[in-house]
Design a protein around this ligand. Structure first.
Ligand code: NDP
Length: 501
């Protein structure tokens, strides 16, 4: 672990003031701006307008007008694709600036933030390709008198609401696909990490996205986000965040029967059999638990280890976890950065204390780390966790790994499935049958076999049960932002109902 020193990069740092993007114009808010204090450095780094309900309504009106009258939905797929490709190039050109903003606002390590920007550029390019390939179906099998054509049409105005843990990556899992389909959008980033999304607004204008097609409104969820989920002029809500707010979003959207796409929490198990490549697994366990300080919906926060290897493997994970470099998010060598807010750090601590009271043992860490500025949490391992403990069932969203054990394959599957979430899971064995049996029985949207938290723009991502609704990424992602329309066409003389001809 490194001692915290105020980094050189912030010595002459001046907080950046942002504005919102409404109908192609950069707009100040009316109230006091929201100040973001860097979680790893304790200083104000950004100020965003505190948008109001009225601001949200103005952005929705702009997006509605741009959809109903504007050129975007009528452009060819190739035209939209070229603009998205230009946006991808501009994102790549400004990747260091965007990664810096994500790093200081969220507290994630700078090397990781740069990696996320690389992934985001790839997603924008992938969505650009799909813009040209969006198509429906035709039925030439309905007899000589009928031709059926099924169109895919842009669904309309989409509200996009994102969380703080992967600010630029998550907006990139939504926005380019909505744009590829021809939708117009209102985007609300988290009030804690709005900077990179606002820079994206500049990029999209430069790339040639017409005014009103992408609007970005900043502010709090209840003030700005809620109207984006209820307003009758919004056709769809794409939300990533906590399961609680996801549930509220769905209830709000139900008032006007909007389509919803939800990416929510996870409590993802890694099931490990004695014949697995345990060296590879130990590395993946540490990565899965501590990547992004565990503030990750995909975190591998539950290990389900075969009893015969549990003690040895837990000790090996602890040995490796001790070497993980926790520290200044701007230090290129840092692997685990800061915790998003002091309140969230307290919540993580309460989970650890609760688990200890319930009978789990703290095998590593268990407490906050004082590095001088900001808030940090030590990589933590809890052993002897039972499936019914809160720490085994609820999303901690911090660097806390719970270790459970199993005797039989059936028991491992039962423990894995005995929670409300179903986002992802890992299975480790050199036996093909074991991997496939477990992979097919565990109810989760992604199953990793002998790896963990790998991804690609081509592969759909989303959850079963209370982890969400719908899928992002993959070739069907763009279809999520469409309506289906049937053209039922009659050919030749029509047989009348009243007056047979
Ligand atoms: P929240 O659910 O608190 O917030 C997510 C977004 O929703 C924020 O922009 C927030 O605004 C907004 N919001 C809050 N209240 C409302 C409301 N009443 N109406 C509309 N929008 C609202 O999640 P966090 O930001 O705290 O992110 C962490 C959570 O996100 C974790 O639980 C994690 O599991 C989940 N997550 C899931 C992912 C997935 O793909 N499955 C990926 C990443 C995170 P604001 O905070 O600005 O007030």
């Amino acid at each position: 672990m490194t001692a915290h020193v105020k980094p050189k990069a912030l010595e002459n740092f001046k907080a950046r003031d942002f504005r919102m993007l409404i109908d192609g114009a950069w707009t100040e808010g009316t109230g006091q701006p929201i100040e973001r204090i860097a979680p790893g450095h304790g200083i104000v780094v950004s100020r965003y307008p505190a948008g109001s309900k009225g601001d949200a309504e103005r952005t929705i009106a702009a997006a509605r007008k741009a959809f109903d009258d504007g050129p975007w939905p009528s452009m060819t797929g190739a035209e939209r694709s070229n603009i998205l490709l230009k946006a991808a190039d501009l994102i790549a050109a400004r990747a260091d600036e965007l990664a810096f903003l994500d790093c200081i606002e969220s507290g994630k390590p700078i090397s990781q933030a740069k990696g996320e920007l690389g992934g985001a550029v790839d997603i924008w390019r992938y969505a650009a390709a799909l813009a040209r390939d969006l198509h429906g179906e035709s039925y030439n099998t309905l007899g000589d008198g009928t031709l059926g054509v099924v169109l895919r049409e842009a669904i309309g105005v989409v509200s996009i609401i994102t969380p703080w843990n992967f600010p630029f990556l998550i907006v990139s899992q939504k926005l380019p696909f909505a744009l590829a389909a021809g939708c117009t959008t209102v985007v609300k980033p988290s009030e804690l990490t709005s900077g990179s999304t606002l820079v994206l607004g500049e990029i999209l204008i430069e790339a040639g996205v017409p005014a009103g097609v992408v609007n970005i409104v900043t502010g709090t969820g209840p003030e700005v986000g809620a109207p984006m989920t209820t307003h009758p002029d919004v056709d769809m809500v794409s939300f990533t965040g906590s399961t609680g707010v996801g549930r509220l979003t769905m209830a709000n959207a139900a008032q006007t029967l909007k389509k919803v796409s939800l990416e929510l929490g996870g409590k993802n198990p890694q099931i490990v059999f004695p014949d697995a490549d345990l060296d590879a697994f130990v590395d993946a366990a540490v990565f899965g638990a501590y990547f992004n300080a565990g503030e990750c919906c995909n975190a591998g926060s539950r290990l389900i280890l075969h009893t015969s290897i549990a003690a040895d493997v837990t000790a090996r994970i602890a040995d490796l976890a001790k070497k993980v470099k926790v520290g200044d998010p701007l230090d290129p060598a840092t692997q685990v950065g800061a915790i998003i807010t002091p309140q969230h750090l307290a919540k993580i601590g309460a989970y650890v204390d609760g688990a200890a009271k319930a009978g789990a043992s703290v095998a590593l860490g268990g407490a906050a780390l004082d590095l001088g500025l900001g808030q940090f949490m030590a990589p933590t391992i809890l052993s002897g966790v039972q499936p019914d403990m809160a720490v085994a069932r609820e999303e901690v969203f911090g660097p806390v790994l719970s270790v459970l054990t199993f005797e039989t394959t059936e028991e491992a599957i039962r423990i894995a499935n005995a929670i409300d979430y179903g986002l992802s899971a890992g299975v480790w064995s050199r036996d093909f049958d074991t991997c496939l049996t477990v992979g097919r029985k565990v109810r989760a949207g992604t199953i990793w076999m002998n790896t963990f938290m790998d991804g690609a723009s081509e592969l759909p991502f989303g959850g079963y049960r209370q982890s969400g609704l719908g899928r992002e990424l993959g070739r069907h992602a763009v279809e999520d932002y469409t309506e289906t329309k049937t053209l039922n066409m009659h050919i030749g003389a029509r047989t009348g109902w009243w007056m047979p001809r």
